[in-house]
Design a protein around this ligand. Structure first.
Ligand code: CTP
Ligand code: MN
Ligand code: MN
Ligand code: MN
Length: 388
């Protein structure tokens, strides 16, 4: 029992981009509950509430050990009344009654199932729920018109709701690399998103493609997509062309947080054959042979020798590469906090394309992430410590 005066208070800076957050989380019970409430708020289109819960969870993720009493939280940033109530409930009763009842609610369960379909967002799910559609079976029987993405999402529902392993991400990296160098020698590809942050699993695999000579990347995406299609790797793809130059965004005034790079949202067909041909150092045995895991038997066909995987491809000109790399590495909260820091603390506007100094009225150049952090007056945080 420590007296009040002896309680050591944690010291945590208020912006997530000022902190080092590794995958090691000493407060998972607390942050899981807050993440669930955040997710519920986001699915209910209450963005502000969602961000508040995410920021509170991020502060707890940055602590060096488990929280054991409310007094330890004194002076910590981003912990609002609501989040504090949730934490108190867990510390006193072992669980958050609000998180538990949310998890059990029909609405939350339906939102989860429906937004688990690729191509279905909170708005669509909400409309369907109001029409009495709570699950996949009801959706299929309802005769709702589904767009191409949603049809593919429904068709590959089980696979796409199965986490992607790092090993499978490596296999896909090799395929994308082959595609990129085949259609444009000298082009470069970088793994981004959660896997660049060192995560061992993810909901998709993200890649950024560029070429060291400015302009050579123009028209690259359709070629990469054709190559992948011709090899039978794509179950679905939707390519959006680059709209940065023609956009009406003023300097540092993007009309939304969506960037304007040429991009492709796709679903890959990853076969056992591809999994076998790619060497994984981490699964190599002493005699150099790989142990190949037997494929998961599919309940419908008996043996399905492939799985569907969501893959995002982005193409950036080399002049914007550092900004694209920083903007697409995540986490989503880390990105949001970087932009908030830039705007509120530095009077600058940061996007995945550029950094604009609103006071000097100039764009600040950068060829590396380190330079962008320096422009922002922030200590460099490596990708593995952006897991907010
Ligand atoms: N991103 C973006 N614009 C989008 C989608 C994503 O800028 N339309 C950025 C996100 O801000 C994030 C990164 O791309 O920084 C990766 O997004 P995503 O794949 O959704 O998340 P991950 O962090 O990779 O997590 P997961 O393992 O669930 O894929
Ligand atoms: Mn630690
Ligand atoms: Mn991802
Ligand atoms: Mn993604």
């Amino acid at each position: 029992q420590t007296s009040e005066a002896e309680v050591v208070v944690f010291s945590v800076p208020s912006y997530a981009c000022q902190r080092r957050t590794t995958l090691e989380n000493h407060n998972a019970v607390l942050t899981d509950a807050l993440a669930l409430l955040a997710e519920n708020a986001e699915l209910s289109e209450e963005e502000g509430r969602g961000v508040a819960f995410r920021r509170a969870a991020a502060v707890l993720k940055a602590l060096p050990r488990p929280v054991t009493s409310m007094t330890e939280l004194r002076g910590l940033p981003c912990l609002g009344d609501h989040s504090l109530r949730v934490i108190k409930d867990i510390l006193e009763n072992g669980a958050s009654s609000e998180a538990e009842s949310t998890k059990q609610s029909e609405r939350y369960k339906a939102l989860k199932v429906l937004t688990g379909i690729f191509g279905v967002g909170a708005k669509t799910a909400d409309r369907w729920i109001r029409e009495g559609i709570l699950g996949l079976q009801q959706l299929q029987e309802s005769g709702q018109t589904l767009n191409r993405a949603q049809q593919a999402g429904l068709e590959h529902y089980d696979d796409l709701n199965q986490p992607v392993t790092k090993a499978d991400a490596d296999v896909i990296s090799e395929i994308v690399e082959r595609a990129v160098v085949s259609v444009l020698p000298g082009a470069q590809m970088t793994l981004i998103g959660g896997f660049r942050r060192g995560k061992l699993s993810g909901h998709d695999v993200d890649f950024l493609i560029t070429h060291p000579e400015e302009g050579r990347e123009v028209g690259l995406m359709p070629k990469v997509v054709s190559w992948l299609e011709s090899q039978g790797f794509l179950l679905y793809q939707k390519t959006t062309r680059n709209s940065y130059l023609e956009s009406k965004d003023g300097p540092g005034r993007p009309s939304s947080n969506m960037d304007r790079f040429e991009r492709c949202f796709s679903i890959f067909k990853l076969t056992e054959k591809e999994r076998r041909r790619t060497k994984h150092p981490e699964t190599a045995t002493e005699n150099g042979l790989r142990t190949v895991s037997t494929p998961e038997p599919d309940p419908h066909t008996g043996h399905k020798l492939w799985r569907a995987v969501r893959v995002d491809l982005v193409v950036s000109p080399i002049s914007q590469f550092a900004f694209a790399l920083l903007g697409w590495t995540g986490s989503k909260l880390f990105e949001r906090e970087l932009r908030r820091w830039a705007g509120h603390e530095r009077n600058m506007s940061l996007s995945s394309h550029a950094l604009y100094d609103n006071k000097q009225r100039i764009y600040l150049r950068a060829t590396s992430e380190e330079e962008i952090f320096a422009h922002l007056g922030l200590e460099f945080i490596p990708p593995s410590e952006r897991n907010t």
